[in-house]
Design a protein around this ligand. Structure first.
Ligand SMILES: NC(=O)c1ccc[n+]([C@@H]2O[C@H](COP(=O)([O-])OP(=O)(O)OC[C@H]3O[C@@H](n4cnc5c(N)ncnc54)[C@H](OP(=O)(O)O)[C@@H]3O)[C@@H](O)[C@H]2O)c1
Length: 320
């Protein structure tokens, strides 16, 4: 391994929790449980040591079974893997937090998680339905609980030693500031959509100052239009360093100080996404200066309802 290859081994120490987050992460938002299991197993085999999961993905059992199958071979140990679980919107009421957490641990077959994250800042009507609606078919929010009350329930879980850090997801800067201002335990991580078309510099600067780690989801724009994977600036850099466009985007994510969560069910892409190497500083600057397309692909941050929005093409800015 050359010195450049060390980028993929980057671990970001958590200030507001214990342990360190491997910057190269694998997400498990994969609808089919068998495909989830195969992808997680391949990801562990190629070297991923950071896995994101969520009760809403309804595949925690498959994630747990796949990681344990690899643990049993002795090739990877539990302590070498960073696992995130996420609390769904219907479980924001403090009395629902611990049972939801325990149920996730049970499905993942783990006795602790490295990070427990509030999936979105939006509370939905509590109950068994993941997406409750009112009589008009609109999302049924829960006005009976505040985000800080949910956060305090997570703080208690962390104090009980069941999770080594806690975090937030799909949160904007303003709400994040509010939580940081009153939290006894600050968020160790914040998981948000981020990629060269949504760099979130302001949020990143704030998180750096607060020593909060940003986990970037959809680092490859979910392979949607407008296609980051065909971006000419990234493709040119890729040609000059002998890497694919995807690898350039992922290296950029790590070099600017975030962790990323990429997903693939395709074994050669899973390997490709792990095999990133450091970019020259001028390439980092070029990405910042020359890519002006700005797109948010997932509306979850506005409504609490996750989902990537297909669109033909949405470019703005002056350069391209
Ligand atoms: N907190 C939240 O609200 C939230 C929301 C969304 C996602 N997430 C997390 O973030 C994770 C990643 O999100 P994402 O799925 O949008 O990630 P992504 O890596 O940006 O997009 C995945 C898509 O890109 C394709 N792809 C992956 N690697 C590729 C490569 N090297 N070349 C070409 N295409 C490639 C995959 O296709 P194939 O599978 O066909 O290979 C898949 O269609 C999720 O699994 C989840 O854990 C969190």
């Amino acid at each position: 391994m050359t010195s450049d290859d060390r980028l993929r081994e980057t671990r970001i120490p958590l200030t507001h929790g214990s342990g360190a987050l491997p910057a190269v992460g694998f997400g498990t938002l994969i609808p089919d449980p068998d495909a989830t299991g195969r992808a997680v197993k391949t990801a562990l085999e190629v070297g991923f040591r950071h896995f994101d999961s969520a009760e809403r993905y309804r595949n925690e059992d498959a994630v747990g079974a796949a990681i344990h199958a690899v643990f049993r071979t002795g090739a990877v140990r539990r302590q070498d893997v960073f696992v995130t679980a996420k609390l769904w919107n219907t479980n924001h009421r403090p009395e629902r937090v611990k049972p939801a957490f325990e149920a996730s641990l049970h499905r993942l077959q783990l006795d602790y998680v490295d990070s427990y994250v509030i999936h979105t800042p939006f509370a939905f009507r509590p109950g068994a339905e993941l997406h409750p609606t009112d009589a008009q078919g609109r999302v049924a929010y829960d006005p009976g609980v505040t985000l800080i009350e949910t956060w305090q329930a997570l703080e208690r879980l962390m104090e009980e030693g069941r999770c080594r850090s806690i975090g937030l997801s799909d949160i904007g800067l303003e709400k994040l500031r509010e939580i940081v201002a009153v939290a006894r335990i600050k968020p160790a991580v914040v998981q948000v959509e981020s990629h060269p078309y949504l760099p979130e510099w302001e949020l990143l600067d704030y998180c750096r100052a607060q020593r909060i780690v940003v986990q970037a989801f959809a680092p490859l724009c979910h392979a949607m239009e407008p296609r980051l994977l065909d971006d000419p600036v990234l493709a040119d850099i890729g040609r000059s360093v002998g890497k694919t466009t995807a690898q350039v985007a992922l290296a950029w994510a790590v070099q600017r100080g975030t962790a990323f969560l990429t997903t693939s069910v395709t074994p050669h892409r899973i390997r490709e996404n792990f095999e990133i190497t450091a970019l020259p500083e001028d390439a980092m600057q070029e990405i910042r200066d020359r890519i002006t397309t700005r797109v948010r692909f997932n509306a979850v941050v506005e409504t609490g309802v996750p989902g990537f929005i297909p669109r033909a093409s949405a470019k703005s800015g002056t350069g391209r």
